[in-house]
Design a protein around this ligand. Structure first.
Ligand code: EPU
Length: 426
């Protein structure tokens, strides 16, 4: 089993570059199957989710070449093959094959998606959208079957502003007949990125990035070339890392507007955040103040940064409360931080942290992607050598992490240890 070993206490300094957005990439790749000629996507992050999606496209007959950060997807030979198991179970975003396959073939069979365990993650709003467009949707033995005679544009009001449902409905609606309106649509930058790709493929989409998206169906879509937006969650993770362990860190390839909610909270804590065009500089932080935080849909404070942020709160003077209104049970990092001597507890949908506390190295488990990012930051500031296990979760979403952190002077390495090594006290 692979683990990260991190010797804490090295102050980080220098520049770190953000990769293309994971949560865009995982939608752009399935979206490309709607085209009738090759689609080139540039700036992809080097993460295992991208490789899983490549395998899924190949499973259904598409041809894919991946050269560094550039993927060329030729969807011409794709057939509507059922995808009940296998690679679909490895990530949440496999649900985008529902919208894309339904859009292209008017029928699809896709296994219920995997992904991080963050508490309940229903897909009822996706299904409501597909049904409104004219599909019959059934759940048979853990796979979703979608069938439509014809897809017709419709007015769809989302009960929750879901990122996945908004994108999935766009994917199904771009080749439908007539106009589709998505109301209470999610506004995340990744949605704008997917709409940009689809528009460059010939789709007619207005309002992406606002709560009302209008789509006028077209008959066919063609190939194009698209460059992905920077990953605002990776950028935010590096900003938190810089505030916790930095002696002056520049974060490159970031759109400062995309991380404004985090910037505001960091400033409230006493961290200086200097914004440049596509760069953020965080000088060495002085004393950190406690703050209260509530996660919200974009442009609010992102749930995906809640877990890394709890590590910073453990370093702030006083008591902080962080509440996750998007995923109320997304706090598996808190027990692990407890093993590292953080004063932290979970109450309902909040974590309460008191500090500042000198974290102590321990053997800890990454239960999910962002919990893993939190534990890496914790390891960087802890006293001694921390071992982070189950790093496959981290590598689903953070590409070349070790190399990137070495660029800042961090002492982190990947090691293979025997699979049956027991964690003391567990
Ligand atoms: N929800 C429903 N019904 C639905 C869909 C969602 O009730 O049909 C609820 C969810 O339970 C949740 C809220 O709506 O409480 C928001 O969920 P959303 O659908 O927006 O999440 P998602 O599309 O499944 C994406 C990201 C997540 C990120 C969330 C929120 C991808 C592949 N995943 O998930 O990213 O946390 O949006 O911003 O885009 C991560 O990167 O670590 C990650 C988990």
């Amino acid at each position: 089993m692979d683990v990260y070993k991190i010797t804490g206490g090295k102050r980080l300094q220098g520049s770190i570059k953000v990769s293309g957005a994971k949560n865009s990439a995982v939608a752009l790749i399935p979206a490309s199957i709607l085209a009738d000629s090759p689609v080139t996507i540039e700036g992809l992050p080097k993460i295992s989710d991208v490789l899983t999606l490549q395998a899924l496209i190949e499973d259904i007959g598409g041809s894919v070449t991946l050269d560094g950060e550039t993927m060329v997807i030729d969807p011409t030979e794709i057939i509507s093959m059922p995808l009940p198991n296998g690679n679909v179970k490895k990530l949440r975003a496999s649900y985008y094959f529902m919208g894309a396959m339904l859009g292209r073939f008017k029928h699809a069979a896709i296994g219920l998606p995997g992904g991080c365990h963050l508490g309940p993650r229903p897909i009822d709003q996706h299904i409501k959208g597909f049904e409104a467009l004219g599909a019959k949707v059934t759940n048979e033995h853990g796979a979703i079957y979608l069938r439509a005679e014809e897809l017709r544009g419709a007015k769809i009001y989302l009960d929750v502003a879901s990122v996945g449902a908004t994108i999935n409905i766009m994917l199904a609606a771009v080749l439908a007949t007539g106009q589709t309106t998505i109301e209470n649509a999610a506004k995340e930058p990744e949605i704008v990125d997917v709409a940009t790709l689809l528009s460059n493929m010939g789709a007619k989409i207005k309002g992406a990035g606002t709560s009302i998206i209008r789509i006028e169906g077209v008959e066919k879509l063609h190939g194009t070339r698209h460059t992905i937006i920077p990953d605002r969650i990776e950028a935010g993770t590096f900003m938190i890392m810089a505030a916790a362990a930095g002696d002056g860190v520049t974060i490159d390839n970031v759109i400062p507007f995309h991380v404004e909610a985090l910037t505001a909270k960091l400033r409230e804590m006493g961290v200086e955040v200097i914004e440049r065009d596509e760069q953020i500089f965080i000088p060495k932080a002085k004393e950190l103040n406690s703050v209260d935080v509530k996660t919200l849909v974009y442009p609010g404070f992102p749930t995906d940064l809640q877990q890394p942020f709890t590590v910073l709160l453990s370093q702030a003077k006083g008591t902080s409360v962080i509440t996750d209104t998007v995923y109320s049970a997304r706090f598996k990092q808190i027990d692990e931080l407890g093993r590292m001597s953080a004063k932290a507890r979970v109450e309902g949908s909040s974590a309460i942290l008191s500090g500042p506390t000198q974290l102590e190295a321990a053997v800890v488990r990454a239960s999910d992607l962002r919990a893993g990012a939190a534990l890496v930051i914790a390891g960087l500031i802890a006293d001694g050598e921390t071992e982070v296990r189950e790093i496959q979760h981290i590598e689903r979403g953070y590409g070349s992490l070790i190399e990137k952190l070495h660029g800042l002077g961090a002492d982190i390495r990947k090691e293979t240890i025997p699979a049956d090594t027991i964690i003391k006290g567990s």
